[in-house]
Every structure is written in structure tokens, then in C-alpha cells.
Design a protein around this ligand. Structure first.
Ligand SMILES: [Zn+2]
Ligand SMILES: [Zn+2]
Length: 699
């Protein structure tokens, strides 16, 4: 009988008879390992443990200690959930059920909507199927056979997948009892390997088949699973905490912002309290920018189409932009000529021959093709709501000649841009259609790129530090060494990439290098922060750009008296004020540090006779620059304190006879409780000091 040589992860070898399985290998090591086996990694590929080994191989038994374990476990949970749904609701048709970050989902087609109580029933049935310990088995077959099987079972979605995916390779199905799924696997060897109490069905949402809105809307059940009940509990607690911190909920309760259907979805109305937070943040960022030699500019919200045809933002990215605004006189001409809508679009999107020729010549390749060119007298003029601030800043730079002596030029603007996000993608302040970037563009010489990138990162470090966002990492996007699509010389790229790496190192936080993640025009650095409950948020970027200076023909006079091309750096490290404030609302759970709090101090007179004293104290505090209010309603003090706490006011100052006589206030901190009686003027100085230093503590 033939033999198999099996190499284990520790390098040792064992011999098994032909037909042996990974499970046999595991048993040979220890029965406990066999029992714990989720799957096997054979020559680096994940396989089911009960399949015969393909020949001599390296093998690693995957148990719950391995990195691959959780994904296999969750996928088996997804099958288990679909299995339970089919038992309880035989009319439901199954679509797809992949794992996702933090869990898995499965899509079903069923006439009746799933109700919350159905989820509990499904969970119960899942536990029952676990107790049956049904074997889970893989079966490979030609796609026709798989299609026929699913058609016979009345599963049109699975039959469609078998047809689509089976054209080039044999397909596999996984059987557990009466339940069959079209699936690549691998899976746990039996339903009994899933532990009760380690999964939870979370919610139901609509989802189009294959994500295409022209297809039927299915019902997606979201669920989560972890390898232990303890980890699941921790995750569910985090989800609960995330709900309490949800910026959409807190935004409403604390009146920080408003979204109005009549204004438009995804367009943020900053109400006074939210606007205060934004203004304070912008002041802070502006102060730091000034220290670093940035100049502040203002530019309009729209620009001519030609501008964006030159930059390349239009029409290439038109799907993510609001449609162009056709100039009134152009519109009149088009109407007179009975222009069709399609023709109108063509005439708006095309470029003039002159523009195409000059951009192509400078780029050294055809970036505006002949098909996009139209005679000048047919072009329609118009404007675009700005999708980016760069072209406006470029025009400020190029409005004057530059010498190497005045570089770098650093232009900063809290610039509002507009993007057309699908309505389904919109989410509170974090996914919007209009947002204000903390934008800046740096124009520098090749040799200055390193120092400028480092400068951008040092600013980020200061601002994250002040906000207590200590837990963040960066990603350095580098070019794909095999690709030829990049603008700029290899030499300059090497230098710019080294500059990004170097700068990332200076932050002293973890960073990863990601080859192939650079844009075609330059390497970049992305910032990802982790909030207090462990969620990661992508913020903005620092991006080196060799392309736009070419497209806009930017130049400066060098020390050699010749003309040179500057390099541009785009930087909006916090992304947008909307997104950043949305994240901060969740991070601080609405309880902003004193310097950012919309209302910093609330005075609470105990009785009517203390109101005028409180008004005087409030006036003094206001004169010193603090945001103060007086709650003079004839309510009980305890009630007023509770209300101020709900509204996350950092300090409540109570005044009664004793305080009035002593010129004092009784201080209560949102965090830290009763701080005792303090002379009113002295406490004012304490607060002013904290605001000036932008301290985080609220005691
Ligand atoms: Zn599957
Ligand atoms: Zn830019």
C-alpha cells in the first residue's frame, strides 16, 4: 500500500497510509487535537479535515487558536442559521451568506418579513441543530449537477450561482442533514462543533440580490459569532455602548446638528451648539497651521467646468459629483437648438481641442482623448459644485510668478466640497453629500517634500494629542513595483516614498506599508484612529502629487534661473469637519472637554432671590470668554442639575444664600461630582486656564 509523508509545523515527519485524512493525522498526535480540529491547512491551503490528503504534504491542524479559525467558525454559523431558517420557514429561498467584519449575514427571499421574535426562534433552532451534531460534508460535482440539485430544491439563487461560478471549475456543495449550500468551504466537520451561546442574531435589513437595485430586494439577517461566549458578550456590550454613543442619537439629544429633508439628505445643518464645537476646532487647527507657516485662503463653492477638465476631476468622476450647472446663456442656446438631453450632456462634458492638446502635451500622453474633444462653438459652458479644493488653490498659486526662495507655499482653507453619495450610503455626519475639509495644499521643491510631509504629520500628532486620541495608526500607500501607470520619475517616487515612511516613523505609532495603494500621481499617508470602545475610523490623508502641477503647468524659477515644476502635497488629515466632529461626538459620548463644550458653565440659583447674583456671575464669566447660561426656572435644584448633566454641561455652579454672601459658587462637575464652594472669581480663573490649555480633564 502506498504511503504518504506528512510534515508537521514543527518540521517533524510522519508516515500515513494512502487515503489518510487530516483528522487521522490529528488523531496520531493526540485525540484532543482531533477533537479540536476546525479544518486543516494543507500546503498553505485551507481544507476540510475529513477529506483524504492529496499526497505528500505539509499540514497544520487549524484549531480555535489559529488566525483562520474565527472565519471558518462564523461561516459554519452562517450555514447553521440558513439551515434553521429553512426548517422553520421552508418557503424561504437562500441566497448568499458570507462572513463580514465582526460576524456574518445570510440573505433570504421570503414573502413575509422576518419579525424580531423570529430571530429568537431561529437562534433556538440553531441550538437544536447543534445538539444533533449533524456531520457537515463537502461534495464536489460538475456545475450542471449542482444547478439541477438546487433547482429541484426550489433554490433559484443557488442554481444561478452554480451556473455563473461553475463555468471554469468544478463546484462544491456542503451538506448538513437535509440542508445543502453552494459553497467553497471549508467548514467545521459537524454542527456539534459550534458552541451554544457563541452566536447572536442582530438585525434584519433589506438587500438587493447581488447588490444591484434592479434585482429583487431580499431580507438580510445580520448576526455575529465568536469562539467563546465571553468574547461574544464583550462584543455585544461594545455594540450596546456604540448605540449609546451614536452621534445621530446624541446629535439630536444635544442639538448639535440637524438634517432636514427639505434641505436635502446628506447636507448637514450645524445648529448653534455643534457650530460652536466646529468653530473651536477650526480655531485650534488654524492656530497650529499659522505656527507652521500656512496662509489661510477663501475660495468659492463652484468653479468653471474647464477648471475641472484641466484637473481631470470632470467628467471622469462625474458619477460621484452633483451634475454640472449649465451657464444660463449656454442653456438658452441649447434650448433654442432643441438639444436632446444626451446631446446637452455631451456638449457639457467635452473639452476644447486647445485644452486637450495642451494638457496632453504637458502630460506626455493622451489624458484627454480625441473622443472627448468638440469644436469650441458647440461646447456648452458651465460650472461644477466643487468636488475638491485643489484647483482653486492651484489658481491662487499660479496667479503670481514664484521663485524657489518663496517655496514652500502653504495654502489652507476649511473648504466645502460636494459629492454625490448614493442615498443608501448616507449616514449622519460620517457619510454626507457636502462637507468641509480641513484642507491645505503645499507647493514645494522636490527637495522639500520630506520636510513638508513631516510637518503635516507633526500637526496631526499635536491635534490628536490634544483631543486624547492616542490610539491611532497610519498606512503608507506605496506604488506597485510592477505597474507602469504612475506619473513622475522613479527617482522622485523613491524619494517621496522614503519621505512618507520617514515621516510615519516620526509619529511613533504603528504604521504599515501598502504597496499598490498609492494613487497614480503620488504616495500617500492615511490616518486611522481607534476610539475609546475600540472601533477604527479612517480619517484623512496626506498625499504627494506629481500630476496636477503638470496638468496646470505650474512652475517656479530655480536657483539656476531655469523654470522648474513644483511638487504638490494635498493634506486634509482630519478628513472633514463633519466626519471628524461625528467621530468626536461618539468618542466623547457627547461630553466634550471644556474648551469644546458648547455650554461650558450653567449657573443654578437655588431660589428666585439668587437669580440676580447668578446673572452677575454669568456676566463676568461671559466677559472672560466663557459660554455660560443661567437656569432661572422655578424648578428644584436637583432637577436642574440632572438636566444639565443630561445635556453634558461640564460645570454646574449652584448659588444660594451662603454663596451669595461669600461671593462664591458651589461647584459641581459633570465628571467628578461635588467640588465644594469656591470663590467665584477664583474658579473663573481656573476655567480660563483650562480653556487656554485645552485640557481634557473635566474634574
Ligand atoms: Zn458557505
Ligand atoms: Zn487637494
Amino acid at each position: 500500500m502506498a504511503e504518504l509523508n506528512v510534515t508537521l509545523p514543527d518540521g517533524s515527519r510522519r508516515v500515513f497510509p494512502e487515503g489518510a485524512t487530516a483528522l487521522d493525522v490529528a488523531r496520531g498526535i493526540s485525540p484532543r487535537l482531533a477533537d479540536a480540529a476546525f479544518a486543516a491547512k494543507i500546503d498553505g491551503r485551507l481544507r476540510d479535515v475529513y477529506l483524504p490528503l492529496p499526497g505528500d504534504c505539509h499540514i497544520e491542524i487549524v484549531t480555535n487558536r489559529c488566525a483562520d479559525a474565527l472565519d471558518i467558525y462564523r461561516h459554519s454559523c452562517a450555514h447553521l442559521m440558513a439551515n434553521a431558517v429553512k426548517e422553520l420557514f421552508p418557503e424561504a429561498k437562500i441566497a448568499i451568506g458570507p462572513t463580514i467584519e465582526n460576524g456574518f449575514y445570510y440573505d433570504f427571499d421570503r414573502p413575509e418579513p422576518f419579525q424580531p421574535e423570529d430571530l429568537a426562534k431561529i437562534e433556538e433552532r440553531m441550538e437544536e441543530i447543534i445538539s444533533r451534531d449533524t456531520p457537515i460534508r463537502r461534495e464536489e460535482m460538475p456545475w450542471e449537477k449542482a444547478r439541477d440539485l438546487f433547482e429541484k430544491e426550489g433554490e433559484p439563487y443557488k442554481a444561478e450561482l452554480a451556473f455563473e461560478r461553475g463555468q471554469n471549475e468544478p463546484v462544491s456543495i456542503y451538506r448538513q442533514g437535509q440542508f445543502n449550500d453552494f459553497c467553497r468551504g471549508p467548514h467545521l466537520p459537524s454542527t456539534g462543533k459550534i458552541k451554544p451561546g457563541t452566536f447572536k442574531l442582530l438585525s434584519v435589513a433589506g438587500a438587493y440580490w447581488k447588490g444591484d437595485e434592479h434585482n429583487k430586494m431580499l431580507q438580510r439577517i445580520y448576526a455575529t459569532a465568536f469562539l467563546s461566549a465571553k468574547e461574544l458578550e464583550e462584543h455585544l456590550a461594545r455594540l450596546e455602548e456604540a448605540k449609546l454613543r451614536d452621534h445621530r442619537k446624541l446629535g439630536k439629544e444635544l442639538k448639535l446638528f440637524h438634517i432636514d429633508e427639505d434641505v436635502g439628505p446628506g447636507l448637514i445643518l450645524w445648529t448653534p451648539a455643534g457650530a460652536t464645537i466646529r468653530q473651536e476646532l477650526q480655531n485650534f487647527i488654524s492656530e497650529e497651521l499659522r505656527k507652521q507657516g500656512y496662509a489661510q485662503v477663501f475660495t468659492p463653492h463652484i468653479g468653471k467646468l474647464t477648471l475641472y477638465k484641466t484637473s481631470g476631476h470632470f467628467p471622469y468622476y462625474k458619477d460621484s459629483q452633483f451634475p454640472a450647472i449649465v451657464a444660463p446663456e449656454s442653456l438658452a442656446v441649447a434650448l433654442e437648438e432643441n438639444c436632446s438631453c444626451a446631446e446637452l450632456m455631451n456638449r457639457v462634458e467635452a473639452a476644447s481641442a486647445r485644452l486637450a492638446a495642451s494638457v496632453n502635451e504637458r502630460a506626455g500622453r493622451e489624458v484627454i482623448g480625441a473622443g472627448q474633444v468638440m469644436p469650441d462653438d458647440q461646447l456648452l459652458d458651465g460650472f461644477l459644485l466643487k468636488p475638491m479644493n485643489c484647483p482653486h488653490h492651484i489658481k491662487i498659486f499660479s496667479s503670481q510668478p514664484h521663485s524657489y526662495r518663496d517655496l514652500p507655499v502653504r495654502l489652507a482653507e476649511f473648504g466645502t466640497v460636494y459629492r454625490w453619495e448614493q442615498s443608501g450610503e448616507l449616514n449622519g455626519m460620517t457619510r454626507v453629500r457636502g462637507f468641509t475639509q480641513d484642507d491645505a495644499h503645499l507647493f514645494c521643491t522636490e527637495d522639500q517634500v520630506g520636510a513638508e510631509v513631516r510637518g503635516c504629520l507633526s500637526l496631526v500628532k499635536i491635534i490628536f494629542g490634544t483631543l486624547g486620541l492616542a490610539d491611532y495608526r497610519v498606512r503608507v500607500g506605496l506604488r506597485d513595483p510592477d505597474s507602469k501607470k504612475y506619473t513622475g520619475t522613479a527617482d522622485n517616487w523613491d524619494k517621496a516614498e522614503e519621505a512618507c515612511r520617514d515621516a510615519a516613523r516620526t509619529l511613533g505609532v504603528p504604521f504599515t506599508e501598502e504597496p499598490g495603494e498609492a494613487a497614480f500621481y503620488g504616495p500617500k499617508i492615511d490616518f486611522i484612529i481607534r476610539d475609546v470602545i475600540g472601533r477604527e475610523w479612517q480619517l484623512g490623508t496626506v498625499q504627494v502629487d506629481y500630476n496636477l502641477p503638470i496638468r496646470f503647468d505650474l512652475t517656479y524659477t530655480g536657483a539656476d534661473n531655469a523654470m522648474h515644476r513644483p511638487v504638490m502635497i494635498h493634506r486634509a488629515p482630519f478628513g472633514s469637519m463633519e466626519r471628524f466632529v461625528g467621530i468626536l461626538i461618539e468618542h466623547f459620548k457627547g461630553a466634550f472637554p471644556l474648551w469644546l463644550a458648547p455650554e461650558q458653565v450653567r449657573l443654578l440659583p437655588i431660589a428666585d432671590r439668587h437669580v440676580s447674583y447668578c446673572n452677575t456671575v454669568a456676566e463676568n464669566y461671559r466677559a472672560a470668554g466663557l459660554r455660560v447660561s443661567v437656569d432661572s426656572r422655578p424648578e428644584k435644584t436637583g432637577y436642574k442639575i440632572r438636566e444639565a448633566q443630561l445635556q453634558k454641561v461640564p460645570y454646574m455652579l449652584v448659588a444660594g444664600d451662603r454663596e451669595v454672601d461669600a461671593g462664591a459658587v458651589s461647584v459641581r462637575a459633570l465628571k467628578g461630582g461635588d467640588l465644594g464652594v469656591r470663590p467665584s472669581g477664583e474658579f473663573l480663573e481656573t476655567l480660563r486656564g483650562r480653556v487656554a490649555k485645552r485640557t481634557l480633564e473635566l474634574e
